[in-house]
Design a protein around this ligand. Structure first.
Ligand SMILES: *[C@@H]1O[C@H](CO)[C@@H](O)[C@H](O)[C@H]1NC(C)=O
Ligand SMILES: *[C@@H]1O[C@H](CO)[C@@H](O)[C@H](O)[C@H]1NC(C)=O
Ligand SMILES: *[C@@H]1O[C@H](CO)[C@@H](O)[C@H](O)[C@H]1NC(C)=O
Ligand SMILES: *[C@@H]1O[C@H](CO)[C@@H](O)[C@H](O)[C@H]1NC(C)=O
Ligand SMILES: *[C@@H]1O[C@H](CO)[C@@H](O)[C@H](O)[C@H]1NC(C)=O
Ligand SMILES: *[C@@H]1O[C@H](CO)[C@@H](O)[C@H](O)[C@H]1NC(C)=O
Ligand SMILES: *[C@@H]1O[C@H](CO)[C@@H](O)[C@H](O)[C@H]1NC(C)=O
Length: 470
């Protein structure tokens, strides 16, 4: 039925990087296709994304801090576990240069800044009695977790209700983890206000905060939620998972929007802002009920969300498969001089909680070689490092037959300083692991700066609309 069935998955043998030119196509398409975009109403609620977290102090020397965790390559705010899966979930390779996008919200009437994350499903705020740990599990001072507030005072909320005998337990892809009680409370973001939303209120927090956020809004599917039928959070398992309706779907069920869309426009900050500003206001919109209010072009496409087989953990929309992430079928990555077909992976998620793109290793190698001077893979970190003033090769992502170009300004990011205080830059499109079906790849903020992404989790559809140049 869908375009998926017209596609023939191909895996090509390894190729010689020195000689080949690349046009990394995930699937060989039988004919050029394009799909019409659904008409999107303007959103009913638009919330300014008021701040992007700084490159937090702990990340200014991000390369060095990664070096302290050999072998721990880490993606953004994505749960490690794929609940309901057959245990074949593979941890995505990646890096920790996540600069999250934040929005103001209230939970039980208390004000918090929360990370906007399409790569996970739980909404949580740290409990005011949280105990802070480092990501190796050692107790550290509460200041080390660097939350933006003292935490959520459940006793001071008139609307908070504890969910007894269950626990919240999540580990994100970058190694941060949290556990603690679960409850229900009113969560409001701008005019979008959801009553009795199930939330985590972690008391154990291994969190590398930024001094601004106190938690996160998870916008992905119920299957990824992290509440378990056990009073002991260490006993969390797929067997006792209690999936629940995440914030946006609860709002849909409560008829808070006429149309079941939420939409995200993430502005790129300037290079200087990324490097220097502690706080970066007005960086786009999180919108509910329709499309976010930014100028767009006529290039748009609506594609189905890809589900996952619950037995193999591989993308599938066959009966019995389930939605977890906003997974899309990336047909190809194109860049200059490219040709050929190199990747068979169809497991790429749209993730506002991850800064960089993580693409199959062969695609990343081929693209990074095209920078002038070429980006160089740092083997210790598995990241391509590049001159901050390098010439950026064109790069586009083809989805649903439409090509979405990534602005060159998104492809070089400051990532810290070396011992001499010189800024180190990395490229925006990095190796995400071997090209195998179980590996999850990511289109992060580097891609999302160039589109408005509008999600219909009820229909299982995503509309990508190209943004006008800004
Ligand atoms: C967000 O919250 C902060 C702190 O409460 C406040 O200073 C700021 O004005 C708020 N921004 C918006 C757009 O409401
Ligand atoms: C919670 O567990 C306790 C002890 O097992 C039990 O007595 C109580 O009834 C449970 N409460 C609910 C609401 O299930
Ligand atoms: C949790 O498990 C117990 C049995 O172990 C069951 O009686 C109870 O209904 C479950 N709770 C929920 C919320 O599903
Ligand atoms: C979460 O559950 C896992 C088992 O699934 C356990 O190993 C881990 O310790 C738990 N985390 C916390 C913080 O309780
Ligand atoms: C994704 O690829 C796997 C392995 O090639 C295949 O079995 C599956 O049908 C594909 N899923 C979709 C949704 O295209
Ligand atoms: C780029 O920066 C390097 C130093 O990092 C300098 O040697 C080189 O001349 C610069 N190139 C251009 C084109 O500005
Ligand atoms: C720092 O500068 C010194 C002296 O110029 C040089 O030898 C060293 O390699 C530099 N270190 C780095 C990390 O670039």
């Amino acid at each position: 039925m869908g375009i998926r069935t017209l596609l023939l998955a191909l895996t090509l043998p390894l190729f010689d990087l020195a000689h080949a030119e690349f046009h990394a196509i995930r699937h060989l398409s039988l004919a050029p296709r394009s799909q019409e975009a659904v008409a999107l109403p303007p959103a009913e609620f638009n919330v300014a994304i008021t701040a992007k977290t700084p490159r937090r102090a702990s990340k200014r020397n991000a390369l060095a801090s990664l070096r302290r965790k050999p072998g721990k390559r880490s993606p953004g705010k994505r749960p490690l576990r794929l609940p309901g899966g057959g245990g074949s979930t593979v941890v995505v390779d990646g890096s920790d240069f996540d600069e999250e996008y934040l929005t103001n919200a209230t939970v039980g009437g208390q004000h918090f800044s929360l990370i906007i994350d399409t790569g996970s499903s739980d909404t949580w705020v740290a409990h005011k009695n949280f105990n802070c740990f480092d990501i190796d599990g050692n107790p550290v001072s509460p200041q080390t977790c660097a939350f933006g507030t003292k935490g959520f005072d459940t006793a001071a909320s008139k609307t908070f209700q504890l969910f007894p005998n269950v626990s919240f337990n999540i580990t994100y892809g970058d190694g941060e983890f949290l556990s603690g009680p679960v409850g229900f409370d009113t969560v409001s973001i701008g005019g979008f206000s959801v009553a009795k939303q199930e939330i985590g209120v972690p008391t154990l927090t291994a969190w590398e905060g930024d001094g601004i956020n106190t938690g996160l809004i998870g916008l992905a599917f119920p299957g990824l939620t992290s509440v378990f039928n056990t009073t002991d959070p260490t006993k969390a398992s797929n067997a006792n998972q209690l999936p629940y309706s995440p914030l946006f779907l609860s709002g849909v069920a409560q008829k808070k929007v006429k149309n079941p869309f939420f939409s995200i426009a993430l502005d790129r900050g300037s290079f200087d802002q990324q490097e220097n500003d502690p706080f970066d206001p007005n960086l786009g919109f999180l919108s509910f009920g329709g499309i976010a209010p930014v100028p767009v072009t006529n290039t748009a496409v609506t594609v189905p969300v890809e589900g996952y087989s619950t037995t193999t953990g591989i993308p599938s929309n066959a009966p019995g498969s389930e939605f977890f992430f906003y997974t899309v079928n990336v047909e190809s990555f194109t860049f200059p001089g490219s040709k050929g077909v190199v990747t068979a992976n169809n497991n790429t998620i749209l993730d506002t909680g991850t800064t960089l793109n993580f693409v199959p290793d062969p695609v990343a190698a081929a693209y990074n070689a095209q920078f002038k001077p070429a980006a160089v893979l740092d083997p210790d970190f598995d990241l391509f490092v590049v001159e901050c003033n390098a010439t950026v090769p064109d790069f586009a992502v083809v989805i649903g037959g439409k090509s979405f170009t990534i602005d060159p300004r998104d492809q070089i990011l400051p990532a810290g300083t070396d011992d001499n205080g010189t800024i180190i830059c990395i490229t925006g499109t990095q190796p995400g692991g071997p090209d195998v079906p179980e590996d999850i790849f990511i289109l992060g903020d580097v891609f999302l700066h160039n589109v408005v992404s509008t999600y219909n989790p009820v229909a299982g559809e995503i509309t990508l609309t190209e943004r006008a140049k800004y």
